[in-house]
Ligand binder design. Structure first.
Ligand code: UT7
Length: 306
């Protein structure tokens, strides 16, 4: 099956909030946040729609495609602007798209779930899919709760996936969901996020390692063959634990949480952008994209950049 990543783009709010700024109103410190999470600052503002539009427009420009070239618009988000309609429909309209559009909510695994859905849509005759991950998590944060406020942030990232019979960028996929963990990280209607951080940490390492190992096996490669791991950006200590267990040096891990915090569905495309900006995306290289999040959900995929 020929699936090719054709273009990427990101969208960020204007406002940067540093750890020091959070320390003015919360019982926390730059030292604690940096050491325990790796986060130094985050972007706050916009909406899932506005950030998704910027990311989507940038991805379309990067791919050199026009609105009529897009057959489907998928938005991965945990923080849609409205209950109805789907925020993907609002974004599609702003981008001049008239194709089908829908939201996918798999929390922080959302972007990878949406890529998986896009792969299926390409197999059933669609030519080009716009996949966006965009979040306005700050709206659902209790800014007096230091357990959450130092972690979550806003942002958007997007990619165009195209059918191309001559190449295949997506070599394997392992997804899963375990609803027994639903209350570990949750947000009720009109509520705010709450989290059992330690238990989420413990389970995250386990599911990311297991699903990554299976994704490598399905792709027929080993961790030694990977040029990069592009993980969900929740906590640098989770990334270190995963890399360690998989036998991947941290020099091959892409880190974006230092500047962006945890942007849930947007975190993997934002991390891809960091890797590309740093000149680390090379034709023919294998990369492991792996996410986990509320649910719990997880998704790991081995890609080979064409
Ligand atoms: O996107 C996917 C979902 N989210 C995640 O993946 C998050 C996974 N979990 C984590 O990243 C970490 O568990 C946290 C960053 C949330 C917490 O780090 P931790 O090392 O697990 O800290 P802890 O919960 O074990 O707390 C250690 C101490 C506690 O104080 P005591 O009881 O030892 O006196 C906390 O009250 O740190 C305290 N603490 C803080 N101190 C300063 C907790 N949050 C903060 C804070 N600033 N923001």
């Amino acid at each position: 099956m020929g699936v090719r990543f054709k273009g990427w783009g990101i969208g960020l709010p204007d406002r940067i909030v540093t750890n020091d700024e959070l320390s003015l109103t919360l019982d926390t410190s730059d030292e604690w946040i940096s050491e325990r999470t790796g986060i130094r600052q985050r972007y706050v503002g916009g909406t899932a729609r506005s950030l998704g539009v910027i990311a989507g427009r940038n991805a379309m420009a990067d791919a050199g495609v026009e609105p009529e070239d897009i057959d489907f618009c998928l938005l991965a988000t945990t923080s849609p602007d409205r209950m109805a309609p789907a925020t993907a429909v609002l974004i599609a309209n702003d981008l001049g798209l008239t194709c089908p559009a829908m939201d996918v909510n798999a929390a922080c695994s959302g972007f990878m779930y949406a890529v998986r859905v896009a792969q299926g849509l390409l197999e059933t005759g669609n030519k080009r899919i716009l996949v966006i991950g965009a979040e306005h998590l700050s709206k659902w944060v209790d800014w007096t709760d230091r357990n959450i406020a130092v972690l979550l942030a806003d942002g958007g990232g997007a990619a165009i996936l195209e059918y191309d019979p001559d190449v295949n960028d997506v070599l394997s996929f392992v997804l899963g969901a375990d609803g027994s963990g639903a209350d570990l990280l949750t947000c009720e209607h009109e509520g705010t996020f709450t989290m059992d951080g330690r238990e989420v940490f413990r389970r995250a390492v386990r599911v990311v390692v297991d699903s990554s190992q299976r994704a490598l096996e399905l792709a027929g490669i080993t961790a030694d063959d990977l040029a990069l791991i592009i993980p969900h950006q929740a906590n640098i200590r989770i990334i270190q634990a995963v890399a360690d267990r998989l036998g991947i040096g941290m020099d091959r891990a892409v880190i974006a949480l230092d500047r962006y915090g945890n942007t849930s569905s947007a975190s993997i495309p934002l991390a891809f952008d960091v890797a590309r900006t740093e000149g680390r995306i090379k034709t023919g290289d294998y990369a492991l994209l792996t996410g986990f999040g509320a649910g719990m959900t997880w998704a790991s995929s081995v890609v080979k950049w064409s």
